[in-house]
Design a protein around this ligand. Sequence first.
Ligand code: SF4
Length: 498
Amino acid sequence: MKIHQISLNFKQNLSLPVLPQNTGASESSVQKPVQMSSTSSGLRAYVLPFDNTSKNRFDKAKAYLRTRTAEITKSNKNALKAKGASCFNWNKLDGIQDGIKVFDGMRIKDIAFAAGILGEIMLNRGCYEQCVHCFTGAQPPICEDEKHINKMSWENFESLMNGFKELNERLGFSIFEPRRNLRYDITLFHDSDCSITYLKDINGKVHDFIELQRILYDTTGRPTLFDTAGWDIKDNPGNKETQKRMERYVDYYKQFGMDNMTFNLSVNPFHGTYARSVENHDNELRKKYINRMANVLFTLSPLAFEPNFQFLARALPNGTEGMEGFCEDDLRQLYDEIFDKLKDLYKKDPANEQKVVKTTAEAEQILEQYRLRLKNVETSLNFVARLREFGKNNAKIRELIEKYDKTYEQAPLIFNSYHTKGLIDANGRFYLADNDRVIYPSEIQFNFENRDKETAALAPNFTEVTITPKDIDDYFKQTFILDDDPIKPDSYILLPYH
Ligand code: SF4
Protein backbone atom coordinates (compact mmCIF):
# COMPACT_ATOMS: atom_id res chain seq x y z
CA MET A 1 0.00 0.00 0.00
CA LYS A 2 1.17 3.51 -0.78
CA ILE A 3 0.30 6.51 1.33
CA HIS A 4 -0.54 10.05 0.18
CA GLN A 5 0.46 13.29 1.95
CA ILE A 6 -1.11 16.76 1.68
CA SER A 7 -0.83 20.01 3.66
CA LEU A 8 -2.13 23.59 3.65
CA ASN A 9 0.14 26.57 4.13
CA PHE A 10 -0.32 30.22 3.26
CA LYS A 11 1.67 33.42 2.62
CA GLN A 12 0.36 36.92 2.02
CA ASN A 13 1.19 38.67 -1.24
CA LEU A 14 -1.41 41.09 -2.47
CA SER A 15 0.72 43.52 -4.46
CA LEU A 16 -1.10 45.59 -7.06
CA PRO A 17 -1.50 43.70 -10.31
CA VAL A 18 -1.04 44.93 -13.84
CA LEU A 19 -3.53 43.82 -16.44
CA PRO A 20 -3.34 44.20 -20.17
CA GLN A 21 -6.10 46.17 -21.77
CA ASN A 22 -8.88 44.64 -23.82
CA THR A 23 -7.51 41.66 -25.70
CA GLY A 24 -9.97 41.78 -28.54
CA ALA A 25 -10.55 39.05 -31.06
CA SER A 26 -8.45 40.80 -33.66
CA GLU A 27 -5.39 40.02 -31.47
CA SER A 28 -3.38 42.77 -33.07
CA SER A 29 -0.93 45.10 -31.31
CA VAL A 30 0.86 44.61 -27.97
CA GLN A 31 -1.25 45.66 -24.99
CA LYS A 32 0.12 47.97 -22.37
CA PRO A 33 -0.24 46.89 -18.74
CA VAL A 34 -2.82 48.80 -16.76
CA GLN A 35 -3.52 48.92 -13.03
CA MET A 36 -6.49 47.05 -11.63
CA SER A 37 -7.49 46.90 -8.01
CA SER A 38 -8.85 43.78 -6.32
CA THR A 39 -12.20 45.52 -5.93
CA SER A 40 -12.57 46.37 -9.59
CA SER A 41 -15.98 46.88 -11.08
CA GLY A 42 -18.12 43.83 -11.54
CA LEU A 43 -16.90 42.02 -8.43
CA ARG A 44 -20.15 42.59 -6.55
CA ALA A 45 -22.06 40.92 -9.37
CA TYR A 46 -20.60 37.64 -8.08
CA VAL A 47 -22.12 38.09 -4.63
CA LEU A 48 -25.64 36.78 -4.03
CA PRO A 49 -28.15 38.39 -1.66
CA PHE A 50 -28.18 36.92 1.89
CA ASP A 51 -31.12 35.01 3.31
CA ASN A 52 -31.63 34.96 7.09
CA THR A 53 -29.67 31.76 7.71
CA SER A 54 -26.66 32.83 5.75
CA LYS A 55 -26.79 36.32 7.26
CA ASN A 56 -26.60 34.73 10.76
CA ARG A 57 -23.75 32.43 9.76
CA PHE A 58 -21.91 35.30 8.14
CA ASP A 59 -22.34 37.61 11.15
CA LYS A 60 -21.08 34.92 13.55
CA ALA A 61 -18.06 34.16 11.40
CA LYS A 62 -17.33 37.87 10.96
CA ALA A 63 -17.51 38.47 14.74
CA TYR A 64 -15.05 35.61 15.37
CA LEU A 65 -12.78 36.89 12.61
CA ARG A 66 -12.77 40.38 14.09
CA THR A 67 -11.94 39.21 17.62
CA ARG A 68 -9.32 36.72 16.51
CA THR A 69 -7.68 39.21 14.14
CA ALA A 70 -7.42 41.74 16.98
CA GLU A 71 -5.76 39.09 19.18
CA ILE A 72 -3.30 38.04 16.49
CA THR A 73 -2.25 41.56 15.57
CA LYS A 74 -2.17 42.92 19.14
CA SER A 75 1.53 42.47 19.69
CA ASN A 76 2.66 42.17 16.07
CA LYS A 77 0.91 44.01 13.27
CA ASN A 78 2.48 41.76 10.62
CA ALA A 79 1.45 38.47 12.27
CA LEU A 80 -1.69 38.11 10.18
CA LYS A 81 0.18 38.71 6.96
CA ALA A 82 2.87 36.19 7.88
CA LYS A 83 0.66 33.43 9.28
CA GLY A 84 -2.66 34.03 7.53
CA ALA A 85 -4.90 31.00 7.42
CA SER A 86 -2.95 29.05 10.04
CA CYS A 87 -4.04 31.44 12.82
CA PHE A 88 -7.73 30.63 12.65
CA ASN A 89 -10.20 28.02 13.74
CA TRP A 90 -11.82 27.32 10.39
CA ASN A 91 -14.88 25.70 12.01
CA LYS A 92 -15.70 29.15 13.37
CA LEU A 93 -15.08 30.82 10.03
CA ASP A 94 -17.73 28.78 8.24
CA GLY A 95 -20.24 31.28 6.85
CA ILE A 96 -17.74 33.97 5.92
CA GLN A 97 -18.04 32.68 2.34
CA ASP A 98 -21.84 32.88 2.29
CA GLY A 99 -23.31 34.78 -0.62
CA ILE A 100 -20.27 34.37 -2.87
CA LYS A 101 -21.83 32.68 -5.87
CA VAL A 102 -18.97 30.41 -6.89
CA PHE A 103 -18.75 29.02 -3.33
CA ASP A 104 -22.47 28.40 -2.98
CA GLY A 105 -23.01 25.05 -1.20
CA MET A 106 -19.35 24.72 -0.18
CA ARG A 107 -17.87 24.61 3.31
CA ILE A 108 -15.20 27.18 4.15
CA LYS A 109 -12.79 24.34 5.05
CA ASP A 110 -13.18 22.84 1.57
CA ILE A 111 -12.53 26.21 -0.04
CA ALA A 112 -9.47 26.87 2.17
CA PHE A 113 -8.16 23.37 1.53
CA ALA A 114 -8.55 23.73 -2.24
CA ALA A 115 -7.01 27.21 -2.32
CA GLY A 116 -4.05 26.25 -0.14
CA ILE A 117 -3.02 23.34 -2.29
CA LEU A 118 -4.14 24.67 -5.69
CA GLY A 119 -1.66 23.87 -8.47
CA GLU A 120 -3.71 23.75 -11.68
CA ILE A 121 -6.76 25.43 -13.15
CA MET A 122 -7.72 23.49 -16.27
CA LEU A 123 -8.82 26.15 -18.72
CA ASN A 124 -8.56 24.01 -21.86
CA ARG A 125 -8.91 20.26 -21.89
CA GLY A 126 -7.15 18.25 -24.59
CA CYS A 127 -4.20 18.54 -26.93
CA TYR A 128 -3.44 17.53 -30.52
CA GLU A 129 0.34 17.19 -30.09
CA GLN A 130 0.27 13.60 -28.77
CA CYS A 131 3.70 13.66 -27.12
CA VAL A 132 4.71 10.17 -26.01
CA HIS A 133 6.08 11.40 -22.68
CA CYS A 134 3.04 13.57 -21.81
CA PHE A 135 2.50 13.26 -18.01
CA THR A 136 -1.24 13.57 -18.50
CA GLY A 137 -1.52 11.29 -21.54
CA ALA A 138 -3.35 14.18 -23.24
CA GLN A 139 -5.89 13.22 -25.90
CA PRO A 140 -7.42 15.53 -28.52
CA PRO A 141 -10.25 17.65 -27.07
CA ILE A 142 -13.63 15.92 -26.81
CA CYS A 143 -16.55 17.42 -28.78
CA GLU A 144 -18.61 19.95 -26.87
CA ASP A 145 -22.38 19.43 -26.71
CA GLU A 146 -25.11 20.03 -24.15
CA LYS A 147 -23.58 17.45 -21.79
CA HIS A 148 -19.84 17.87 -22.43
CA ILE A 149 -17.30 20.68 -22.35
CA ASN A 150 -13.63 20.82 -23.33
CA LYS A 151 -12.83 24.19 -21.79
CA MET A 152 -13.70 26.37 -18.82
CA SER A 153 -15.99 29.25 -19.72
CA TRP A 154 -14.57 32.74 -19.29
CA GLU A 155 -17.54 33.53 -17.07
CA ASN A 156 -16.73 30.59 -14.74
CA PHE A 157 -13.04 31.53 -14.58
CA GLU A 158 -13.91 35.15 -13.83
CA SER A 159 -16.44 34.09 -11.22
CA LEU A 160 -13.85 31.83 -9.53
CA MET A 161 -11.21 34.58 -9.43
CA ASN A 162 -13.66 37.25 -8.27
CA GLY A 163 -15.02 34.87 -5.64
CA PHE A 164 -11.55 34.38 -4.19
CA LYS A 165 -10.87 38.12 -4.31
CA GLU A 166 -14.07 38.84 -2.41
CA LEU A 167 -13.23 36.13 0.13
CA ASN A 168 -9.72 37.52 0.66
CA GLU A 169 -11.21 40.94 1.18
CA ARG A 170 -13.64 39.60 3.79
CA LEU A 171 -10.90 37.63 5.58
CA GLY A 172 -8.33 40.42 5.58
CA PHE A 173 -5.61 38.03 4.42
CA SER A 174 -5.01 35.83 1.38
CA ILE A 175 -6.55 32.38 1.64
CA PHE A 176 -3.74 31.19 -0.68
CA GLU A 177 -1.00 31.99 1.81
CA PRO A 178 1.32 31.25 3.54
CA ARG A 179 2.45 28.15 1.69
CA ARG A 180 5.52 26.53 3.15
CA ASN A 181 6.20 23.05 1.80
CA LEU A 182 4.03 23.06 -1.28
CA ARG A 183 4.78 23.86 -4.88
CA TYR A 184 4.28 27.58 -5.35
CA ASP A 185 3.11 28.06 -8.92
CA ILE A 186 -0.40 27.58 -10.28
CA THR A 187 -0.67 26.56 -13.92
CA LEU A 188 -3.58 27.38 -16.20
CA PHE A 189 -3.36 24.01 -17.93
CA HIS A 190 -3.47 20.29 -17.27
CA ASP A 191 -3.49 18.46 -20.59
CA SER A 192 -3.19 21.30 -23.09
CA ASP A 193 -0.60 23.62 -24.60
CA CYS A 194 -0.36 27.29 -23.55
CA SER A 195 0.13 28.50 -27.13
CA ILE A 196 -3.58 27.77 -27.68
CA THR A 197 -4.81 28.72 -24.21
CA TYR A 198 -7.28 31.59 -24.27
CA LEU A 199 -10.95 32.00 -23.38
CA LYS A 200 -13.77 33.69 -25.25
CA ASP A 201 -16.57 35.35 -23.31
CA ILE A 202 -20.23 35.15 -24.29
CA ASN A 203 -19.80 38.25 -26.44
CA GLY A 204 -16.96 36.62 -28.37
CA LYS A 205 -14.24 38.76 -26.81
CA VAL A 206 -10.93 36.91 -26.48
CA HIS A 207 -9.16 36.83 -23.09
CA ASP A 208 -5.63 35.69 -23.87
CA PHE A 209 -2.93 34.11 -21.74
CA ILE A 210 -1.39 37.46 -20.78
CA GLU A 211 -4.69 38.63 -19.32
CA LEU A 212 -5.52 35.27 -17.70
CA GLN A 213 -2.09 35.10 -16.07
CA ARG A 214 -2.37 38.64 -14.70
CA ILE A 215 -5.80 37.90 -13.24
CA LEU A 216 -4.45 34.71 -11.66
CA TYR A 217 -1.56 36.60 -10.08
CA ASP A 218 -3.80 39.44 -8.98
CA THR A 219 -6.07 36.95 -7.20
CA THR A 220 -3.64 34.39 -5.79
CA GLY A 221 -0.27 36.15 -5.65
CA ARG A 222 1.19 33.04 -7.27
CA PRO A 223 3.39 32.75 -10.36
CA THR A 224 2.44 30.55 -13.28
CA LEU A 225 4.05 28.57 -16.11
CA PHE A 226 3.68 29.00 -19.84
CA ASP A 227 4.47 25.53 -21.20
CA THR A 228 4.50 24.91 -24.93
CA ALA A 229 5.76 22.18 -27.23
CA GLY A 230 5.63 24.70 -30.08
CA TRP A 231 3.04 25.14 -32.77
CA ASP A 232 2.66 24.22 -36.41
CA ILE A 233 3.09 26.63 -39.27
CA LYS A 234 0.86 24.68 -41.62
CA ASP A 235 -1.14 26.92 -43.83
CA ASN A 236 -4.45 26.78 -42.01
CA PRO A 237 -6.21 29.70 -40.31
CA GLY A 238 -5.95 28.24 -36.77
CA ASN A 239 -2.18 27.88 -37.02
CA LYS A 240 -1.76 31.34 -38.48
CA GLU A 241 -3.72 32.72 -35.52
CA THR A 242 -1.44 30.83 -33.11
CA GLN A 243 1.65 32.20 -34.85
CA LYS A 244 0.27 35.74 -34.63
CA ARG A 245 -0.74 35.25 -31.01
CA MET A 246 2.73 33.95 -30.08
CA GLU A 247 4.43 36.89 -31.84
CA ARG A 248 2.23 39.22 -29.83
CA TYR A 249 3.09 37.43 -26.56
CA VAL A 250 6.80 37.66 -27.38
CA ASP A 251 6.48 41.41 -28.04
CA TYR A 252 4.60 41.83 -24.78
CA TYR A 253 7.00 39.82 -22.62
CA LYS A 254 10.01 41.46 -24.25
CA GLN A 255 8.58 44.89 -23.52
CA PHE A 256 7.12 44.34 -20.07
CA GLY A 257 9.18 41.42 -18.74
CA MET A 258 8.20 37.96 -17.56
CA ASP A 259 7.62 38.62 -13.88
CA ASN A 260 5.64 36.02 -11.99
CA MET A 261 5.90 33.40 -14.68
CA THR A 262 8.29 30.91 -16.27
CA PHE A 263 8.17 30.26 -20.00
CA ASN A 264 9.04 26.63 -20.80
CA LEU A 265 9.66 25.39 -24.33
CA SER A 266 9.63 21.63 -24.68
CA VAL A 267 11.98 20.29 -27.38
CA ASN A 268 12.44 16.55 -27.27
CA PRO A 269 12.23 13.35 -29.29
CA PHE A 270 8.88 12.41 -27.77
CA HIS A 271 6.81 14.98 -29.63
CA GLY A 272 4.12 13.16 -31.65
CA THR A 273 5.39 14.26 -35.07
CA TYR A 274 9.03 13.42 -34.41
CA ALA A 275 8.21 10.14 -32.62
CA ARG A 276 6.17 9.01 -35.62
CA SER A 277 9.04 9.95 -37.93
CA VAL A 278 11.34 7.60 -36.00
CA GLU A 279 8.85 4.76 -35.74
CA ASN A 280 7.91 4.91 -39.43
CA HIS A 281 11.36 5.91 -40.74
CA ASP A 282 9.61 8.88 -42.30
CA ASN A 283 12.09 11.58 -43.21
CA GLU A 284 9.37 14.00 -44.31
CA LEU A 285 7.87 13.97 -40.80
CA ARG A 286 11.33 14.54 -39.32
CA LYS A 287 11.79 17.56 -41.59
CA LYS A 288 8.36 18.79 -40.59
CA TYR A 289 9.28 18.73 -36.89
CA ILE A 290 12.63 20.39 -37.59
CA ASN A 291 10.97 23.19 -39.61
CA ARG A 292 8.32 23.63 -36.94
CA MET A 293 10.84 23.98 -34.10
CA ALA A 294 13.16 26.24 -36.14
CA ASN A 295 10.20 28.59 -36.65
CA VAL A 296 9.32 28.38 -32.94
CA LEU A 297 12.90 29.21 -31.89
CA PHE A 298 13.01 32.01 -34.45
CA THR A 299 9.77 33.50 -33.11
CA LEU A 300 10.92 33.22 -29.49
CA SER A 301 14.40 34.70 -30.17
CA PRO A 302 13.67 38.02 -28.41
CA LEU A 303 13.13 36.05 -25.18
CA ALA A 304 16.33 34.00 -25.45
CA PHE A 305 18.15 36.02 -22.76
CA GLU A 306 15.19 36.32 -20.37
CA PRO A 307 16.05 34.55 -17.11
CA ASN A 308 12.56 33.03 -16.92
CA PHE A 309 12.75 31.49 -20.38
CA GLN A 310 13.89 27.87 -20.32
CA PHE A 311 13.87 24.60 -22.20
CA LEU A 312 12.32 21.31 -21.19
CA ALA A 313 14.65 18.81 -22.82
CA ARG A 314 14.03 15.15 -22.07
CA ALA A 315 15.30 11.94 -23.68
CA LEU A 316 16.11 8.34 -22.80
CA PRO A 317 19.61 7.61 -21.53
CA ASN A 318 22.20 6.91 -24.22
CA GLY A 319 22.59 3.21 -24.96
CA THR A 320 18.92 2.29 -24.37
CA GLU A 321 18.94 -0.56 -26.85
CA GLY A 322 16.19 -0.66 -29.43
CA MET A 323 15.27 2.96 -28.66
CA GLU A 324 17.49 4.60 -31.26
CA GLY A 325 16.15 8.01 -32.15
CA PHE A 326 14.86 8.70 -28.61
CA CYS A 327 18.13 8.91 -26.64
CA GLU A 328 20.12 11.90 -25.43
CA ASP A 329 22.59 11.92 -28.33
CA ASP A 330 19.72 11.60 -30.81
CA LEU A 331 18.20 14.69 -29.26
CA ARG A 332 21.50 16.59 -29.56
CA GLN A 333 21.67 15.58 -33.23
CA LEU A 334 18.10 16.81 -33.64
CA TYR A 335 19.05 20.17 -32.06
CA ASP A 336 21.92 20.54 -34.55
CA GLU A 337 19.54 20.03 -37.44
CA ILE A 338 17.01 22.48 -35.95
CA PHE A 339 19.81 25.03 -35.44
CA ASP A 340 20.94 24.62 -39.07
CA LYS A 341 17.43 25.45 -40.19
CA LEU A 342 17.23 28.30 -37.70
CA LYS A 343 20.50 29.72 -39.07
CA ASP A 344 18.87 29.85 -42.51
CA LEU A 345 15.97 31.83 -41.07
CA TYR A 346 18.36 34.21 -39.30
CA LYS A 347 20.43 34.66 -42.49
CA LYS A 348 17.39 35.83 -44.39
CA ASP A 349 16.10 38.11 -41.61
CA PRO A 350 18.66 40.97 -41.54
CA ALA A 351 18.25 41.47 -45.29
CA ASN A 352 14.46 41.25 -45.20
CA GLU A 353 11.98 42.12 -42.47
CA GLN A 354 14.48 42.25 -39.54
CA LYS A 355 11.74 40.61 -37.55
CA VAL A 356 13.97 39.28 -34.79
CA VAL A 357 17.62 40.00 -35.68
CA LYS A 358 19.29 42.92 -37.37
CA THR A 359 22.80 41.52 -37.82
CA THR A 360 24.39 38.11 -38.20
CA ALA A 361 26.40 38.79 -35.02
CA GLU A 362 23.15 39.19 -33.10
CA ALA A 363 21.88 35.92 -34.60
CA GLU A 364 25.09 34.15 -33.48
CA GLN A 365 24.64 35.41 -29.91
CA ILE A 366 21.08 34.09 -29.74
CA LEU A 367 22.11 30.73 -31.18
CA GLU A 368 24.89 30.49 -28.60
CA GLN A 369 22.39 31.26 -25.86
CA TYR A 370 20.02 28.58 -27.13
CA ARG A 371 22.88 26.05 -27.26
CA LEU A 372 23.85 26.91 -23.71
CA ARG A 373 20.31 26.52 -22.43
CA LEU A 374 19.79 23.22 -24.23
CA LYS A 375 22.95 21.73 -22.78
CA ASN A 376 21.17 19.91 -19.96
CA VAL A 377 19.04 17.02 -21.09
CA GLU A 378 16.90 15.32 -18.45
CA THR A 379 17.16 11.53 -18.75
CA SER A 380 15.37 10.44 -15.58
CA LEU A 381 11.83 10.40 -16.89
CA ASN A 382 8.41 10.19 -15.30
CA PHE A 383 7.18 6.82 -16.48
CA VAL A 384 3.49 7.64 -16.42
CA ALA A 385 0.63 7.55 -18.94
CA ARG A 386 1.73 6.89 -22.57
CA LEU A 387 5.42 6.61 -21.66
CA ARG A 388 4.69 3.38 -19.76
CA GLU A 389 3.27 1.83 -22.92
CA PHE A 390 5.97 3.22 -25.16
CA GLY A 391 8.77 0.71 -25.48
CA LYS A 392 7.25 -1.63 -22.88
CA ASN A 393 8.61 -4.53 -24.93
CA ASN A 394 12.09 -3.17 -24.47
CA ALA A 395 13.93 -4.81 -21.54
CA LYS A 396 15.86 -1.66 -20.63
CA ILE A 397 12.69 0.44 -20.52
CA ARG A 398 10.92 -2.16 -18.39
CA GLU A 399 13.87 -1.92 -16.03
CA LEU A 400 13.55 1.90 -15.94
CA ILE A 401 9.81 1.66 -15.26
CA GLU A 402 10.42 -0.80 -12.42
CA LYS A 403 13.06 1.51 -10.94
CA TYR A 404 10.66 4.45 -11.21
CA ASP A 405 7.84 2.51 -9.52
CA LYS A 406 10.15 1.32 -6.76
CA THR A 407 11.22 4.87 -5.95
CA TYR A 408 7.58 5.81 -5.42
CA GLU A 409 6.71 2.69 -3.48
CA GLN A 410 9.38 3.61 -0.98
CA ALA A 411 8.23 7.23 -0.72
CA PRO A 412 5.01 7.46 1.30
CA LEU A 413 2.29 9.65 -0.14
CA ILE A 414 1.22 12.04 2.56
CA PHE A 415 -0.93 15.20 2.40
CA ASN A 416 1.93 17.61 2.98
CA SER A 417 4.22 17.32 0.00
CA TYR A 418 5.78 19.53 -2.64
CA HIS A 419 4.66 16.91 -5.15
CA THR A 420 0.97 17.11 -4.28
CA LYS A 421 -1.31 19.65 -5.90
CA GLY A 422 -4.97 20.48 -6.27
CA LEU A 423 -6.61 20.66 -9.68
CA ILE A 424 -9.77 22.51 -10.68
CA ASP A 425 -11.39 21.05 -13.78
CA ALA A 426 -13.34 23.06 -16.36
CA ASN A 427 -16.61 22.04 -14.66
CA GLY A 428 -15.44 23.14 -11.19
CA ARG A 429 -14.64 19.65 -9.86
CA PHE A 430 -11.62 19.52 -7.58
CA TYR A 431 -8.98 16.75 -7.65
CA LEU A 432 -5.66 16.01 -6.02
CA ALA A 433 -2.67 14.87 -8.02
CA ASP A 434 0.48 13.29 -6.73
CA ASN A 435 3.59 14.21 -8.71
CA ASP A 436 1.64 14.06 -12.01
CA ARG A 437 1.34 10.34 -11.34
CA VAL A 438 -1.92 9.57 -9.53
CA ILE A 439 -5.15 11.58 -9.47
CA TYR A 440 -7.66 11.44 -6.61
CA PRO A 441 -11.22 12.66 -7.07
CA SER A 442 -12.81 14.64 -4.23
CA GLU A 443 -16.29 15.65 -3.17
CA ILE A 444 -15.37 19.31 -3.61
CA GLN A 445 -16.91 21.13 -6.56
CA PHE A 446 -17.07 24.87 -7.20
CA ASN A 447 -20.44 26.29 -8.16
CA PHE A 448 -19.82 26.72 -11.89
CA GLU A 449 -22.65 27.19 -14.35
CA ASN A 450 -21.13 24.21 -16.17
CA ARG A 451 -21.00 22.07 -13.03
CA ASP A 452 -23.27 19.39 -14.51
CA LYS A 453 -21.29 19.03 -17.73
CA GLU A 454 -18.78 16.24 -18.20
CA THR A 455 -15.16 16.74 -19.19
CA ALA A 456 -12.67 14.23 -20.61
CA ALA A 457 -11.37 11.60 -18.16
CA LEU A 458 -8.26 12.63 -16.28
CA ALA A 459 -5.01 10.72 -16.54
CA PRO A 460 -2.78 9.17 -15.36
CA ASN A 461 -3.89 6.50 -12.90
CA PHE A 462 -7.20 7.88 -11.80
CA THR A 463 -8.01 6.28 -8.44
CA GLU A 464 -11.27 5.21 -6.86
CA VAL A 465 -10.18 6.65 -3.51
CA THR A 466 -12.18 9.85 -3.06
CA ILE A 467 -11.14 12.70 -0.77
CA THR A 468 -14.14 13.18 1.54
CA PRO A 469 -15.17 16.04 3.84
CA LYS A 470 -14.03 13.82 6.73
CA ASP A 471 -10.50 13.59 5.27
CA ILE A 472 -10.47 17.37 5.12
CA ASP A 473 -11.85 17.69 8.66
CA ASP A 474 -9.10 15.34 9.88
CA TYR A 475 -6.53 17.37 8.06
CA PHE A 476 -7.74 20.60 9.66
CA LYS A 477 -7.77 18.95 13.09
CA GLN A 478 -4.17 17.95 12.67
CA THR A 479 -2.88 21.07 11.00
CA PHE A 480 -4.89 24.07 12.15
CA ILE A 481 -5.96 25.32 15.54
CA LEU A 482 -9.36 24.23 16.75
CA ASP A 483 -9.68 26.10 20.03
CA ASP A 484 -7.73 29.18 19.20
CA ASP A 485 -4.60 27.57 20.66
CA PRO A 486 -1.16 28.55 19.49
CA ILE A 487 -0.50 27.36 15.95
CA LYS A 488 0.29 23.69 15.56
CA PRO A 489 3.31 22.55 13.59
CA ASP A 490 2.67 21.02 10.15
CA SER A 491 1.25 17.55 10.36
CA TYR A 492 0.02 14.94 7.96
CA ILE A 493 -2.96 13.01 6.69
CA LEU A 494 -2.45 9.57 5.29
CA LEU A 495 -4.61 8.17 2.54
CA PRO A 496 -4.34 4.82 0.81
CA TYR A 497 -2.76 5.05 -2.62
CA HIS A 498 -5.12 2.69 -4.41
S1 SF4 B 1 3.15 17.22 -23.33
FE1 SF4 B 1 1.99 19.12 -23.64
S2 SF4 B 1 2.05 19.42 -25.83
FE2 SF4 B 1 2.59 17.29 -25.50
S3 SF4 B 1 0.66 16.13 -25.61
FE3 SF4 B 1 0.97 16.66 -23.46
S4 SF4 B 1 -0.15 18.56 -23.16
FE4 SF4 B 1 0.15 18.30 -25.37
